[in-house]
Design a protein around this ligand. Structure first.
Ligand SMILES: C[S@@+](CC[C@H](N)C(=O)[O-])C[C@H]1O[C@@H](n2cnc3c(N)ncnc32)[C@H](O)[C@@H]1O
Length: 264
């Protein structure tokens, strides 16, 4: 789906992928992204830390799926601008034959997709310029079909993307359509921003500042994405508390994001 030629990038408009890249210390962002990122971080100073914790969760989740479950295929929707420890790098460091399909709808990610295609020789990667709201188009894409065998378990990764989906976008329905197309043994992994740990004034300010673009979810709302699946221990928890490797961890209010994994 598409190539990186003729991609038009409007650098004057904030893009979530570039703002997130800025918080992660990346270089693929522009003045509008940095201004928005600084404005949010000046009111919520732990936001860059939250982005980093989300990224660490992604690494631990892929490691768990590769090492403990034996998953060898991943569908990573809402990939973002390549950063350290992209899904294929983590998976292929454990099992070089791992196959990964990345999907994002932001043209800036498409421009950088080459870095996501640096597969090990034994495995394979593909990048689709496609939208989460079109699950069938993603699943039927020839590049996806070339790289993934949908008769074998898949690790479906929806990391820091669902909080951009309002209820009107039918996120539960779209996630279910993706999960329905995968065989049993597949796993769904999700992170989503939450205000469950925020002080009332912080929650009110967050809604006023970002409510137009974000949908924070409670643990019960996050658990709904896993209806009909088996939640993997420890269930729906702050991303930093999901199978942690470090003893010194930020408080849930600093992270303000839930992570969870379920098995079909
Ligand atoms: C905050 S970044 C997360 C990147 C990566 N998953 C991570 O956790 O490090 C969210 C990504 O979701 C992408 N995204 C948002 N809405 C999307 C949609 N409807 N379809 C596909 N990608 C989308 C954005 O372009 C952005 O790259």
């Amino acid at each position: 789906m598409g190539g990186s030629e003729n991609v038009e990038i409007d650098t004057s408009v904030v893009h979530s992928a570039r703002r997130y890249d800025y918080w992660l210390g990346g270089k693929d962002n522009f003045a509008a992204d940095r201004e928005s990122g600084d404005a949010i971080a000046s009111r919520f100073p732990s936001v860059p830390l939250a982005a980093q914790e989300n990224r660490k969760f992604l690494r631990r989740a892929v490691t768990y799926l590769s090492k403990e479950v034996g998953i060898r295929q991943f569908l990573d929707i809402g990939t973002g601008i390549p950063a350290a420890n992209n899904t294929h790098e983590v998976a292929q460091s454990i099992a070089p034959e791992s196959r990964v399909v990345y999907v994002d709808n932001d043209p800036i990610v498409l421009v950088h997709a080459r870095a996501l295609l640096s597969s090990s020789p034994e495995g394979a990667t593909a990048y689709l310029d496609a939208d989460f709201h079109e699950p069938e188009r993603i699943l039927e894409d020839p590049d996806l079909q070339r790289v993934l065998d949908l008769s074998q378990p898949v690790g479906l990764m929806l990391i820091a993307i669902l909080h951009f989906m309002k209820e009107a976008d039918r996120p539960y329905e779209n996630v279910a359509r993706l999960v329905d197309a995968l065989p049993s043994g597949s796993h769904l992994t999700v992170t989503n921003a939450t205000l469950d740990f925020a002080a009332p004034q912080d929650a009110a300010d967050a809604r006023a500042m970002l409510g137009h673009e974000m949908e924070w979810r409670s643990s019960a709302e996050l658990a709904r994405f896993f209806d009909g699946m088996t939640l993997i221990e420890p269930g729906v928890v702050p991303v930093s508390e999901w199978r942690p490797e470090e003893t010194d961890r930020p408080a849930p209010a600093q992270v303000s994001s839930y992570g969870a994994m379920g098995a079909k």
